[in-house]
Design a protein around this ligand. Structure first.
Ligand SMILES: NC(=O)c1ccc[n+]([C@@H]2O[C@H](COP(=O)([O-])OP(=O)(O)OC[C@H]3O[C@@H](n4cnc5c(N)ncnc54)[C@H](OP(=O)(O)O)[C@@H]3O)[C@@H](O)[C@H]2O)c1
Length: 260
């Protein structure tokens, strides 16, 4: 008898290939976003990335992906502008003919004493870290079919802060946890997963492993070490892959045990 059961299986043995898929990574010109863009492309995805002002760095990431045989596209889109990333979502979907993966990575790292961070800093931080991830997720979800993936980049200094000066940044990154859980419920019936990827100290321009506070920060981790952007990208790849189809509405910490 013919087996008519349609197994929900990945197209390859491990479920890690992203061949035939298209992704948008916000803030993909440097740091974690650049590593995620390169990693998703290496797994087979077409990748669009946004940047704020560093056109050369964005072009370098695009060239790196193309040199490895992939398709890539850089789009200038300020995440503080509520329309710009939504427009980038539309441009990516139009260019690639589909959109399967959104990585909400661009972030405003606003830290300092509350007496120095008032309404303007609040509005900007919330615009970049919360409003745009929400609006971009809505826009991207409209293009996604089954196995769509929304991954937002949170922070180890959100639900725990460890240092003074992080109230604004922490409150904005904490909001992504609620957004992730809510959208996971909204989009789960369509087979789209929504997760929060929570880095700890990661060696980037924003938080260099040889910076003035690096030893203090490093001491808060269980491993006593910074992660590399590629360490974060490896988990982003897993979350984006068919193999992670049952993983949704949750936070995955890649923080060296910072929150242990
Ligand atoms: N590094 C860490 O230790 C750490 C820890 C926890 C969480 N995170 C989170 O990880 C994410 C990436 O951080 P990172 O350390 O990789 O940062 P990064 O190295 O400073 O890179 C920032 C990237 O985001 C882009 N960007 C910044 N503001 C933007 C805006 N308003 N609109 C569009 N793009 C913008 C930059 O573009 P340009 O090149 O054009 O400036 C660049 O591509 C952030 O959400 C951050 O909060 C980082």
């Amino acid at each position: 008898m013919e087996n008519t059961h349609r197994a929900h299986r990945a197209p390859d043995d491990t479920g890690t290939s992203l061949a035939g898929k298209a992704a948008l990574v916000t803030g993909g010109s440097r740091g974690i976003g650049a590593a995620v863009a390169v990693r998703l492309a290496a797994a087979g995805a077409d990748v669009a990335l946004t940047y704020l002002e560093n056109e050369d760095a964005a072009a370098t990431v695009v060239e790196r992906i193309k040199a490895a045989g992939g398709r890539a596209l850089a789009i200038r889109a300020d995440a503080a502008d509520p329309e710009a990333t939504v427009a980038a979502v539309e441009e990516a979907a139009a260019s690639f003919g589909r959109l399967d993966i959104l990585v909400n990575n661009a972030g405003a790292f606003t830290v300092g004493p509350p007496e120095e961070l008032g309404r303007e800093a609040f509005d900007h931080t919330l615009a970049v870290n919360v409003r745009t991830p929400y609006l971009a997720s809505r826009a991207a979800a409209r293009h996604m079919t089954e196995d769509g993936r929304i991954i937002s980049i949170g922070s180890n200094v959100a639900t725990r802060t460890a240092f003074p000066g992080f109230a604004l940044y922490a409150l904005s990154k904490s909001a992504l946890e609620g957004m992730t859980k809510g959208l996971a419920r909204d989009l789960g019936p369509r087979g789209i997963t929504v997760n929060l990827l929570v880095p700890g100290p990661t060696d980037t321009d924003s938080n260099p492993a040889d910076g003035p506070s690096a030893d203090t920060i490093r001491a808060f981790t269980a491993l006593g070490a910074y992660a590399t952007p590629e360490d974060i990208a490896a988990t982003a790849h897993h979350l984006a892959s068919p193999a992670a189809r049952s993983l949704t509405g949750t936070s995955v910490h890649v923080d060296g045990g910072f929150t242990a």
